[in-house]
Design a protein around this ligand. Sequence first.
Ligand code: MG
Length: 448
Amino acid sequence: MAKYFGTNGVRGTFDQLTPELALKLAGAIGTYFKKNDGRTKILVARDYRLTGELLKNAVLSGLASVGVEVVDLGEISSPTAELMIKQLNADALIIITASHNPPEWNALKVVDGKGIGISKERGEEIEKLLGKIKLTNWDRVGKITNYDRSISDHIEKIESNLNRTKLQKKKIILDCANGTASIIAPLMFRRLGAEIITINSHPDGRFPGRPSEPTEENVKDLIDAVIANKADAGIAWDGDGDRVIFVDEKGEYIIGDRVLALCVIWQRENQKGDLITTVATSRAATDAAENLGMRVRLTAIGAPYLSEEMSKNPGAIGGEEVGGVIWPQISLAKDGFFTAAKLYEALSKAPLSQWLAQIPKYENVKIKIKADRNEEKKKMVQNVINHAKKNKLKYSTIDGVRIDFPDSWVIVRASGTENYIRIFAEAKILQKAKDLTREYEKIAREKH
Ligand code: MG
């Protein structure tokens, strides 16, 4: 078991992810990616968290001390940084960001040279190198340089993948969460010719405006602003800009997997191929894809598994249930800015509420039940697998166990980081979804 790496990097509060640990991990990461012949180049970027700069300095030192050349990209969004891997021909990238977590958290998110995030499994390989870090000779330490054009490079890449001639001027409210969207989002929308109003759009690592996760509760100000200003849409990002949610012209909040469903429809207009998504994604997205004749490929939960799958066969589009959409024409990263730009393109054809009307509605219920030990977690998941086998249900064990019924499904899985089993059900009617979670809680808890 990996000690530090979770499903998406090494995450912790400042007392857990200390500068000392960041220095050591960077040494191990540098060693892991180091090529035997020629130069190894690793990019480093960060968000605006207060612990970001000092952790970045530890990471730069750790990498350079094992002889890796380092390029400091500065304070930019995660999708912007991930786009730079190819552009700067790098062997890997470390982003210092805790994404949507509270401000006292931070993380090292590691991405390889192909743009694939480092999963727990590969993280374990890196951790094995922690005791084997070898300082390089004094005259071979890695060079540390800066690159400060990534935001404009990203905007240019987005613009070149839009149909700019057909864009109409629309009024958009941007809620940047005081995160890395604060610089790129207003710049991009001005370039696209939009009329914009921004909220929470000065960078501040304390997240004074709202918590950085764009839940419905956290974006109330955005919803009010859309209604008060009679805007065409509202857009809110998480702290590092890979995830995005929309608000339609009527003030309706559009949750992550419905954002993905919309993107599937927009992408399918000029791109054939599969939808790649996780086993926890709503049928709103998978139905939308299947209705358009697309095949759906499901992966385990976590962005690295999605990008791993897409690196083998990119399909048309990928995405997670929480509002992270991967556009293969841009990169293998979830890109909250290209997603927002595609919304802007779509608004020139129809209002957002009309696009939404094409998406089937489902109700979701999530519960978690306490399970203290790993054996207990395993047993609970196994109980559900046994139940599915015995009753000849349609099930899959890609991640935990998911059981599919004609118009509903339920997934039961062990949390990797907390002492819980999570049960997540979806159905056309809310009561049915609630009943499913209760029924499967009982099955999971059965004693033999
Ligand atoms: Mg994020």
